[in-house]
Unconditional design. Sequence first.
Length: 100
Amino acid sequence: AAWNQPQAVVTTLPNGVRVATKETFGEVASVGIYLNAGVRDEAKDSVGAAHLIEQLARTGTAKRPGAKLEAEVEAMGATLSVKSGRESSSYSMSVFKGDV
């Protein structure tokens, strides 16, 4: 661990999902979902699936369309990130700790 930094604590839920938490004592909190799956995991019949899922995540939901979600995130001063790569995919958001 870095000097004077607490180590991340990894907890495994009953369903097998691993959750990593770390106290940073800062004003910004980050929440993310990181998947050990990316473009390399696509089969021939599903080429482009990782990119499609990345794009669909940006379109929002029936109750909160993409434009509304983006406006709400920006109004909070937060950032929202969706990425897919060769080895992994991630969905993360950073917000002021009072907005968690």
